[in-house]
Design a binder for this molecule. Structure first.
Ligand code: ZN
Ligand code: ZN
Ligand code: ZN
Length: 371
């Protein structure tokens, strides 16, 4: 594996800029910046901006007091710290030279964009995500390795849950959520992004907020959790997994519904081959659930891309005709939700490869029975 991925990524950014007739691409706060140059900007009132000319050296403009946090990457960008009495918008404006067509990161503070637009009234502006979105969706080897490490860590927590090592009965959903988060960190995550714990009838709500409900015996506990784990270059990549357990033994109807869900999830994973469209992968899960009579109980898309962000391209959803390419990384997470009774979701992260779908999460998929 080459030592650093950033030169290659900026090379692909410039090729796409060239195709689109863009002169300069500007990245500030948000996930594009660490993906492109390895540095994540704090969401400060002071401007941080990577200025990428289509042909020319990139410059990272940072507040002088943040400069010590930047790992310099010669050949990728040069560093230009700005002092408290300088005007960073004017500095970026000068670095843009005669550029007439500029792309700007989608999460850039409005104040800075408005300032730049005032200085360049004739310029044409577009969202940088038109360039970075499709590129970020296709993971390079560094990124697949990072997603795999995060998935393996999440698998260890899911395995602890499935083995009954996380006490459930008699505790609140919120307590269990906090414990899942602590376990993610213990397994190497820097940050917990979410830990949904939905018990009993709460599991029928896909994005339930874990609360004060005390988990009882003989019910489902749906756990959907993930965090961010640094790769070998300090860039964070996300994990995201859902497993359901049952406290005691499930009634026959619940076991049957869960069996349908497992078959649907496996069908969508198997369908996720290179060249298959995202909507066809979604349809593969949906067909199994519809055939069993639960089509109206599968109320969301089958999955989302994942990388430096929890949710990014490609979305596995009806209407997305994007064909899968090697390196696309996404969740496969169908669910069946029976209001006022229970619900199930089953989620793995999968990478499309020339050799077939590569599920990164390998922990057991069945409905584990825990005490
Ligand atoms: Zn690497
Ligand atoms: Zn999830
Ligand atoms: Zn997900």
């Amino acid at each position: 594996m080459p030592a650093e991925p950033f030169g290659d990524r900026l090379g692909r950014v410039r090729a796409s800029m060239d195709d689109r007739g863009l002169d300069v691409l500007l990245l500030s706060v948000g996930a594009d910046l660490p993906w492109a140059c390895g540095y994540e900007a704090m969401p400060l009132e002071r401007l941080t901006m990577l200025v990428v000319p289509v042909d020319g050296d990139a410059t990272l403009v940072v507040p002088a007091l943040e400069a010590p946090r930047v790992m310099e990457r010669p050949g990728v960008f040069r560093l230009r710290p700005w002092g408290e009495t300088e005007d960073p918008v004017a500095l970026v404006h000068r670095l843009c030279g005669a550029a007439g067509s500029l792309a700007v990161g989608d999460r850039t503070w409005t104040r800075f964009l408005l300032g730049l637009q005032r200085l360049r009234p004739a310029a044409a502006w577009s969202p940088a995500s038109e360039v970075t979105g499709p590129l970020r969706a296709v993971k390079d080897d560094h990124e697949v390795a990072a997603l795999r490490r995060a998935a393996v860590a999440a698998d260890r927590v899911a395995d602890q849950l499935r083995r009954g090592e996380v006490p459930l009965v008699g505790r609140t959903e919120a307590e269990v959520s906090a414990e899942l988060g602590r376990r993610l960190v213990a397994e190497g995550h820097e940050r917990v992004n979410f830990a949904i714990v939905a018990s009993g009838p709460h599991a029928a709500s896909p994005h339930h907020e874990p609360g004060r409900r005390v988990i009882g015996a003989d019910e489902v506990v749906l756990c959907d959790f993930g965090g961010t784990m640094a790769d070998d270059h300090g860039v964070g990549y996300c994990s995201d997994i859902t497993r359901c357990v049952w406290t005691g033994g499930p009634p026959a109807d619940a076991a049957e519904v869960y069996g349908v869900l497992m078959a649907a999830q496996a069908a969508a994973v198997a369908a996720a081959t290179v060249g298959t469209t995202c909507e066809a992968v979604d349809a593969a899960a949906r067909a199994v659930i519809e055939a069993a009579g639960y089509g109206e109980r599968f109320v969301h898309r089958t999955g989302h891309g994942i990388g430096v962000e929890e949710h990014e391209d490609p979305y596995v959803v009806a209407g997305n005709a994007t064909p899968l390419r090697p390196g696309h990384a996404f969740s496969i997470e169908p669910g069946i939700y029976l209001p006022d009774r229970y619900g199930f979701r089953l989620e793995d992260i999968v990478v499309a490869t020339a050799a077939g779908p590569d599920p990164l999460n390998r922990v057991g998929h069945d409905l584990a029975l825990v005490a």
